[in-house]
Ligand binder design. Structure first.
Ligand code: NCD
Ligand code: ZN
Ligand code: ZN
Ligand code: ZN
Length: 417
């Protein structure tokens, strides 16, 4: 055995003091008496599966000044995220297999953690050919950053039936564009009025009524009614830290502008209840970095989106510490469920045969989020000053890539398949 790590290991649903044996990046044994070339004893610290963030916008290629794959994946590693899935709404959208290949060529050598790429769904997408090259498909039913949009039932139905034959999951930006009000909006309240819960509900209901057989994952679920509309659909629900922890009282003008919008307390509470009840399945940061210059434009012109890849998982661990949610929920939504929804067979749990992707947590190390100490290029966060627990180490396929919030190894992120 190359490496043996000891600690309180999250193994099959409980915390057990034991050892994890690692060889060639894989977990090869789990047990109390393992020996190896090297033993690292983490004492009372928790060893949890590395998080999988299945929703980031790293802006690479095209807008590398906002974020690139290097800074984005470093930010991920800092937060205990060992796998990210990157969205296709680049400056030039990624909607054909040739474009996926081009993007891969540009970004793969920059990755500090493992990654997968989404293929955008458009009328021109070669869905069957793309399937082998993407971690999942993305459908935009409402307009948002970028120009990917398909809100016509006939096209959506046809595309999702083709997706169903590939077995891939389709993540959906579920806001019915026909219900979104266009035209100028001056503030947060108007932004919310223009993109009401009914838009979310309508998109979910239309998808459910199609019954295409595709595996559908609803992104950034934002409303009580949207959550209720999920019942009986068989779709999975992805949620963000900002919709769970912020509401419309958090008004920093353009900085608080995001799609779907931050809503009232009532919605936030419904999401928290849903999370506790197991109705929200996946934490996705929707990391959408925009520059302060853009966010400080007139509200109307400021782009929508907030950063999150470097704060979401540590914030959620803070919620575990403060006993808002339990550790099982944390592990389910950060690793177990995203791995199963996106078919990442080697990831998502501490089990023999899996990649040795881990985060080491010292529950006593509560910290305050400070944008100055983040690796992301995005120089601001809506969570400035909030309590969070950052991992003391992040391990990717057996290699410690981050230790005490410092880079600890060479870059070695790989594409997931
Ligand atoms: C995202 C972005 O900026 O790429 N913006 C956002 O407000 N969430 C796009 C998206 O996920 O809708
Ligand atoms: Zn979206
Ligand atoms: Zn209006
Ligand atoms: Zn997004």
């Amino acid at each position: 055995m190359d490496l043996v790590i000891e600690g309180r290991v999250y193994f099959r649903g409980s915390l057990t003091r034991t050892r994890i044996g690692i060889e060639d990046g894989k977990i090869t044994a789990i047990g109390r008496n393992l020996r190896g070339d090297e033993l690292v004893d983490h004492g009372d610290r928790l060893l949890l599966p590395g998080a999988i963030d299945p929703h980031v916008h790293f802006r690479d290629p095209g807008q590398e000044a906002k974020e690139d794959f290097s800074t984005g994946t470093l930010a991920a590693a800092h937060a205990g995220v060992t796998t990210i899935l990157d969205m296709p709404n680049n400056l030039r959208p990624v909607i054909t297999s040739a474009q996926v290949a081009d993007k891969r060529e540009t970004v793969s050598s920059r990755a500090w953690v493992d990654f997968g790429l989404f293929g955008g769904l458009s009328r021109f997408s070669d869905i069957e050919r793309m399937a082998d090259d993407v971690a999942g498909f993305k459908l935009y039913m409402g307009s948002t950053t970028g120009n990917l949009l398909e809100n016509d039932d006939r096209w959506i139905d046809a595309m999702l039936r083709r997706v169903a034959t590939t077995g891939r999951t389709v993540s959906v930006h579920a806001e019915d564009d026909a219900i979104l009000a266009k035209g100028p909006e001056l503030d947060m309240e108007e932004h919310e009025l223009h993109r009401p819960p009914e838009a979310e509900v309508s998109a979910i209901r239309r998808l459910a009524a199609m019954g295409t057989g595709a595996r559908v994952n609803i992104c950034h679920l934002s409303s009580a009614e949207g959550l209720a509309a999920m019942d009986g659909t068989g779709f999975t629900a992805e949620f963000t830290a900002h919709h769970l922890m912020l509401d419309s009282r958090f008004d920093r003008k353009g900085y608080s502008k995001v799609n779907p919008p931050l809503r009232t307390m009532r919605h936030r509470e419904a999401l928290m209840d849903g999370l506790k009840a197991g109705k929200l399945h996946i934490l996705g940061s929707d990391h959408a970095p925009h520059t302060p210059a853009e966010k400080e434009k007139r509200f109307d012109e400021a782009p929508s989106g907030m950063p999150g890849v470097e704060t979401s998982v540590p914030l959620l661990m803070g919620l575990v510490k403060h006993e808002f949610i339990d550790l099982h929920t944390f592990v389910a939504v950060t690793s177990l469920n995203p791995a199963s929804v996106f078919g990442l067979r080697n990831k998502g749990a501490i089990e023999v045969g899996m990649d040795a992707d881990l985060m080491v947590i010292d529950p006593k190390r509560m910290a305050r989020i400070d944008a100055k100490h983040l690796y992301s290029k995005c120089p601001w966060t809506p969570f400035e000053g909030w309590d969070a627990i950052y991992p003391v180490a992040t391990i990717l396929r057996g290699t410690m890539i981050m230790e005490d919030e410092n880079v600890a190894s060479a870059r070695q992120g790989q594409e997931v398949h």
